[in-house]
Design a protein around this ligand. Structure first.
Ligand SMILES: NC(=O)C1=CN([C@@H]2O[C@H](COP(=O)(O)OP(=O)(O)OC[C@H]3O[C@@H](n4cnc5c(N)ncnc54)[C@H](OP(=O)(O)O)[C@@H]3O)[C@@H](O)[C@H]2O)C=CC1
Ligand SMILES: CC(C)CCC[C@@H](C)[C@H]1CC=C2C3=C(CC[C@@]21C)[C@@]1(C)CC[C@H](O)C(C)(C)[C@@H]1CC3
Length: 627
């Protein structure tokens, strides 16, 4: 087993110490993750999962601190606080009437540092600064003049640590916003207001600090990129759908003229999409199948998910078969593809708006780290809330695994029927059968191993916003079906050797994909599983280890490799006459390369030098010796 050693420095990896929150004089309990000898900085992790780099002088041993109890702070009367000298959050009656447009200072409780949150709150919001106090002994040790000044400031903060925001107050602190933690449990304390100027000063200081420390780099080209993707993605789907209908669907051909609006909007198609989603929702909530636990959240909580996806696809297949038996003409899906896509798009927009609005009222712990930039368009696109739920109904999990994914198979099946109808066949063509079976296998496998999705990036890190809502409800069912749609009117006879080679390719890809995903999933769920004891690992400061042998020792993303090989096998049956059926392959390379780089940054942030060591040991990302 490989292991890392930390250089001999004052604080060691794993030490629990007190770290100063940058820009303030407040100290919180942190754990040392690593020390960078070059920059002389310690990477520490706060209790809420925030990682920061601190200088040695901003760290103190935990022994010199004591936690101020809640009861003590509660007993402090507002009047007593008022009598104190000026402080950043001083409470006065006078100022209570002036709190509109005042930024409230962050509430920091139980040694959890402030994280960010948009705070346009309608209700009265009571927040409180509750840092930890240093003991007398520690204070005496602090000879440094600078430190003494900060101690004084800290004392002031402690004295006047309640700020109130009235209903008309709008809390807006640009460029960054901070976490205002509701103090529902502080019933005894009366709301009071802070001195606006001083609060603003504190807020501005913290805002600057938080911008510098908490903001994760923006993906997808940042704010401008978000505008671009919001327009480009729907336009691209429209382009593909119009193009695939052409006799000669060359991507270089000019797209056909846009149909009139009334041809795009179809109430019946809209109704069918809604019915399909509701049908899947009913299957999802049925108390059938396992309740699986997700990975621990930042709060330590583990959500439960109803993983009955396989049951859902079996029931859906039976329902579709019954409908066909009853004479329902599924080729409607082929002839109304555009209308169905537009209806799904509208639903995904409505869903994204709902998700964005509800995320404004969610507690900061429930926000994803990446979708909380403060820019409305970017956050709408990227998604703010990590696991939006209506009671136990997990919207992200449901959308990712059900309507679009199972809808993809339904559309493929409808295309096979449309091909038979259009080309007067008694049975679908071989390429159509291959595409249908290959993609069905992919989806069924995903649903059979539904629990494994709980350890993927989307579920663990990404917020649920337009990108995933659109991706799940529109992109997957209406662009992943391009190969079968293409085959409806573009037959491509396959020789037996070609057919056999494609099948072998698919199986090889599937084997790599499934084995590597299962290995990682099993390891993440139970790292001490005896079945995995032969695997080498690298320990990391977070307590989690990284696999460095087995599939994850071949390349850093063996699952992407398998997935790409499968994608190749999906396009090959369509031949080489047009680029359109190869669109998925091209898109998928771009998607996975980008995903890999996103994951690399995320893992480097999480695991630091352990990740670098993993990358040194496993040199290639996706394709051995190539990339
Ligand atoms: N068909 C499609 O459209 C798409 C399919 N996919 C497929 O979905 C699957 C999931 O993909 P995705 O979520 O992107 O990524 P992964 O399932 O590969 O998850 C990445 C995470 O795995 C963990 N990890 C990375 N390296 C190691 C290691 N050496 N040992 C242990 N854990 C490690 C890390 O999380 P941590 O350490 O926090 O556990 C990392 O963040 C893939 O098979 C992919 O091909 C993905 C996107 C689109
Ligand atoms: C619109 C954007 C450009 C891209 C959106 C990306 C999404 C379409 C994909 C992100 C991750 C996905 C996964 C699957 C489907 C596509 C999306 C939603 C997946 C459910 C397909 C089936 C697999 O077996 C899987 C491993 C479960 C996949 C997980 C990731």
């Amino acid at each position: 087993m490989l292991s890392m050693k930390m250089p001999t420095v004052k604080y060691q990896r794993g030490d629990t110490v007190m770290g100063r929150w940058p820009g303030s004089s407040l100290y919180y309990e942190v754990k040392v993750l690593r020390f960078d000898a070059k920059s002389q900085l310690y990477t520490v992790i706060y209790k809420d999962g925030t990682e920061l780099e601190l200088k040695e002088q901003d760290i103190k041993s935990a022994a010199g601190f004591q936690t101020r109890s809640r009861s003590r702070s509660r007993s402090r009367s507002p009047g007593r606080r008022r009598s104190r000298s000026r402080s950043p959050a001083r409470t006065t009656r006078r100022s209570s009437s002036r709190t509109a447009a005042v930024v409230a200072a962050a509430a920091i409780t139980d040694s959890v540092p402030p994280s960010r949150r948009d705070t346009k709150l309608k209700d009265t919001l009571e927040v409180r600064l509750s840092p930890l106090q240093q003991t007398k002994a520690a204070e005496n040790n602090s000879n440094n003049k600078h430190e003494k000044k900060e101690e004084k400031q800290k004392e002031e903060n402690n004295m006047a640590n309640k700020v109130n925001e009235t209903s008309e107050a709008k809390v807006e602190a640009e460029p960054a916003r901070y976490n205002l933690r509701r103090r529902k449990d502080d019933g005894g304390a009366k709301p009071a207001a802070a001195e606006p100027e001083q609060q603003e000063e504190v807020a501005a200081k913290m805002a600057a600090t938080l911008t510098a420390t908490l903001s994760t780099p923006l993906d997808f080209g940042g704010k401008l990129g978000a505008y671009f993707w919001l327009l480009f993605l729907p336009a691209w789907v429209l382009f593909l759908v119009l193009q695939v209908n052409l006799e000669d669907p060359s991507l270089t051909n000019f797209p056909p003229p846009l149909p009139p609006l009334e041809a795009l909007l179809d109430v019946q198609a809209f109704g069918f999409v809604i019915l399909w989603i509701l049908f899947q929702a009913v299957l999802y909530i049925l108390p059938v199948g396992k309740l699986s636990e997700g990975m621990p959240l930042r709060s330590g909580e583990r959500l439960k998910y109803r993983t009955n996806g396989f049951f859902a696809i079996v029931v859906s297949a039976v329902a579709v078969a019954a409908a066909v038996y009853q004479g329902v003409d599924l080729t409607y899906i082929h002839s109304h593809f555009l209308q169905l896509a537009v209806a799904s798009f509208l639903i995904s927009v409505l869903l994204s708006v709902y998700l964005y609005v509800r995320s404004r009222y969610t507690s900061p712990e429930q926000l994803a780290l990446g979708g909380n930039s403060g820019n409305v368009v970017y956050d709408f696109f990227k998604g703010r809330e990590l696991n939006p739920r209506i009671k136990d109904f997990d919207l992200k999990f449901f959308c990712e695994m059900r309507p679009g994914l199972i809808g993809w198979c339904l559309i493929n099946f409808a295309m096979a029927l449309a091909e038979m109808k259009k080309q007067g066949l008694d049975a679908p063509s071989n390429p159509m059968i291959l595409v249908n079976l290959f993609q069905l296998l992919y989806v069924v496998d995903g649903l059979w191993n539904e629990e494994a999705i709980l350890t993927t990036m989307d579920l663990m890190h990404d917020g649920f916003g337009f990108m995933l809502a659109f991706g799940d409800l529109v992109w997957v069912p209406f662009t992943y079906t391009m190969q079968s749609y293409y085959l409806v009117s573009h037959p491509n006879p396959l020789s037996l050797p070609a057919l056999t080679a494609i099948v072998i390719l698919k199986l090889v890809g599937f084997y790599i994909f499934r084995k590597s995903n299962s290995e990682k999933n099993a390891f993440r769920r139970n790292p001490s599983d005896p079945k995995l004891s032969y695997l080498k690992t690298i320990p990391t400061a977070t307590g989690k280890s990284l696999l460095v042998s087995g599939w994850w020792g071949v390349v850093r993303h063996p699952n992407y490799l398998g997935d790409l090989i499968m994608a190749l096998a999906w396009s090959l049956p369509c031949g080489f006459s047009h680029l359109l059926p190869w669109y998925y392959m091209i898109y998928f390379i771009i998607l996975l390369v980008h995903r890999d780089s996103r994951d690399m940054s995320e893992c480097r942030r999480k695991y630091g030098s352990a990740w670098d060591e993993y990358c040194r040991t496993v040199r290639y990302r996706i394709i051995p010796r190539v990339y």
